[in-house]
Ligand binder design. Structure first.
Ligand code: PLP
Length: 295
């Protein structure tokens, strides 16, 4: 019942028939050293990760997060994660952390130590920041050029677009640029003017009453929160669609949201310094729905 909570994991192969993973989990003192200096995750950002929310003791969207970790591993040619072991590790952690409130649980698979025998894996849970104000007030957003054209993932797979790698320095720099320009967040555009995603979120727009998100073609992540939002909207009889979205469509949208696992849905209230229409009533309803998920 404590945070932060840290678990080192000895990864077993994806096709292992092992069912009890307790001997592969090692609880660590979160303030003590746990990784070796030669770790390629810290030296080169060579690894992948996921962050999911645990709300009142319920880890959210475990299956989609593990599937995306496996997809990232495929793209990065890392050993394929054993889905059952990761599921067990998350359950193990959730039993040992507070059962109330919002918690961010991050899990990482790194290429390990250079020439080392095995990849390194760990899981780390911390109390989530208080996002209630930003959920209520929304975010001021700027568009930023991501520097790649549409279709880059297919043309240049070595750029690892579409994998959730540990190399988030560019994403963090984009957030700093937003703050420098008096905004809170960013929407990345391709060089040819298509909407991609935020540095830590997916983008959903309402265009002529229909809900649209850029197709996760390989250059962006397929957001688990965006998928939940679409599930909800479908139950409300709304039309949802994956397709290319131009920056002109973004500028004229009825509303737009940045959505992600821990902050959840936040409305865009300004775009490139201009006021932007927001639907705070729907944002509130969405966040209630997202917080109430139990799987
Ligand atoms: N896109 C990027 C680049 C992200 O880093 C994230 C989440 O961190 C997302 C999209 C949203 O994904 P999810 O809703 O699964 O958190």
């Amino acid at each position: 019942m404590r945070l932060p909570f840290t678990l080192l994991i000895d990864p077993v192969p994806a096709d292992s028939l092992q069912q009890d993973f307790a001997d592969t989990f090692h609880e660590m003192d979160s303030s003590a050293p746990a990784l070796r200096v030669g770790e390629l995750s810290t030296q080169r950002g060579d690894g992948i990760f996921e962050t999911l929310a645990v709300v009142n003791g319920h880890p959210q969207e475990v299956g989609p997060h593990i599937s995306r970790l496996r997809n990232s591993a495929r793209i990065c040619e890392l050993p394929l994660p054993n889905a059952e072991q990761w599921r067990a590790a998350i359950a193990y952690a959730v039993e040992r952390i507070p059962q109330r409130g919002e918690i961010a649980l991050k899990f990482v698979l790194s290429r390990g130590v250079e020439h080392g025998p095995a990849p390194t894996a760990w899981l780390h849970a911390v109390a989530a920041a208080d996002f209630s104000v930003v959920r209520g007030n929304g975010v001021r957003v700027i568009t930023l050029d991501r520097g790649y054209p549409r279709g880059v993932a297919e043309k240049a797979p070595w750029l690892l677009m579409g994998a959730k790698t540990l190399s988030y320095a560019v994403n963090m720099a984009a957030l700093r640029e937003a703050r420098r320009r008096g905004a809170d967040d960013t929407i990345f555009l391709t060089t040819d003017g298509f909407v991609m995603e935020g540095p830590t979120s997916s983008v959903v727009l309402r265009i002529n009453g229909e809900y649209v998100t850029p197709a996760p073609s390989g250059a962006i992540l397929h957001g688990t929160t965006q998928q939940s939002m679409f599930d909800y909207l479908r139950t409300q009889g709304m039309v949802v669609e994956y397709r290319d979205v131009t920056v002109e469509e973004l500028r004229q949208a009825d509303a737009a949201w940045l959505v992600s696992s821990v902050r959840l849905a936040v409305s865009v209230v300004a775009l490139d310094g201009e006021p932007f229409p927001a639907d705070q009533t729907l944002t509130e309803t969405l966040n209630k729905y997202l917080l109430a998920r139990t799987t």
